[in-house]
Ligand binder design. Structure first.
Ligand SMILES: Cc1ncc(COP(=O)(O)O)c(C=O)c1O
Length: 323
């Protein structure tokens, strides 16, 4: 029987003046069962442990506080953002704390949990055509911002505060825990995580491989984008990526389930996609640490049934979009 001392979790998560200040400082968890070799250690950076359950809390806070510092926004103003969910949910929570209104543009076919979460934090939702995916939401929001100057659009795809949130937050937290990192794997959405963490890690460890998990064109994974769809977010500098590896929708689902069943991690689908690439890289190395990002938790995907049915009973794994 462990004593009371052994059960105490150290270090504790810290003490903060409010919820927004508690963003970040997420745990790094070793996933021993996923490692193919004893010398290769796989670590998951649990961004799902942020206040709204995703990595985007860091980004939304950085973008809003940057706009505040520049005097670009004033309380009562409406913040407009195209987002397939997580950034909108984070913006909605943070802006409700700080006294801004939020309007998000997102594809109409996202899960009801997303709509519910956004409404819960007081955001207004404008739906873009589902078939046009996140590119359709981006186009619609840009058009709305151009025709009404009272909106402030942080625009995570082109806002330097997005990668900086990772350069100044996520990356130093990882560096505090590990002296050596052979590879860092993250999904390619806006590219903010890969750019910010990638740049900082390479400054400290020039040999680290920065690896992007990119969905196959036509096989959308929630939160990720295929650069072959024709839109390269302005914050992306492709020269910073050592590798870009395609991931199939099928593997994203299978690995989301493996994270749950083998490691107890209840993560979103993009984390499964990223884990599949991290394990593949692990198979190529003889030793070293691999860090990958768990972008969000599974709650928003629960209604899809993806976590409870046997994998071979799930609907067509190649083409179903798990929003
Ligand atoms: C669930 C999820 N995974 C991955 C990503 C990709 O992260 P980034 O935008 O930093 O490339 C996002 C971002 O939208 C996301 O919401």
């Amino acid at each position: 029987m462990p004593g009371a001392q052994d059960l105490r979790n150290r270090p504790c998560g810290g003490r903060y003046g409010d919820l927004v200040q508690s963003i970040g400082n997420t745990p790094l968890i070793e996933l021993k069962r996923l490692s193919p070799k004893p010398g290769v250690r796989i670590w998951a950076k649990l961004e799902s442990r942020n206040p709204t359950g995703s990595v985007k809390d860091r980004v939304a806070r950085a973008m809003i506080e940057d706009a505040e510092e520049r005097g670009a926004i004033a309380p009562g103003q409406t913040i407009l953002e195209p987002t397939s969910g997580n950034t909108g949910i984070s913006l909605a929570m943070i802006c409700s704390r700080k006294g801004y209104r939020v309007k998000v543009v997102m594809p109409e076919n996202v899960t009801p949990e997303r709509t519910e979460l956004l409404r819960m934090y007081g955001a207004e939702i404008v739906y873009s055509p589902g078939g046009e995916g996140s590119n359709g939401a981006v186009a619609m929001a840009l058009e709305m911002a151009q025709s009404d100057a009272s909106y402030y659009m942080p625009y995570q795809y082109g806002n330097a505060a997005n990668p900086l949130a990772h350069y100044n937050g996520t990356a130093p937290e990882i560096l505090e825990e590990l002296d050596e990192i052979s590879a860092f794997v993250a999904g390619l959405g806006t590219g903010g995580t890969l750019m910010g963490v990638g740049r900082r890690l390479k400054e400290e460890m020039p040999d680290v491989q920065i690896v992007a998990a990119e969905p196959m064109q036509g096989e959308p994974v929630q939160g990720l984008r295929s650069l072959d769809d024709g839109f390269i977010p302005p914050i992306i500098d492709l020269a910073l990526l050592d590798r870009k590896i395609f991931v199939r929708n099928r593997d994203a689902i299978i690995w989301t389930r493996r994270l749950l069943e083998e490691e107890g991690l209840f993560a979103g689908v993009s984390s499964g996609a990223i884990a599949s690439i991290a394990v593949r890289i692990a198979g190529e190395l003889d030793e070293g640490n691999i860090v990958f990002i768990v972008c969000d938790d599974g709650w928003k995907y629960l209604s899809s049934g993806l976590y409870s049915k046997p994998v071979d009973e799930l609907a067509d794994l190649d083409s179903t979009v798990w929003w």
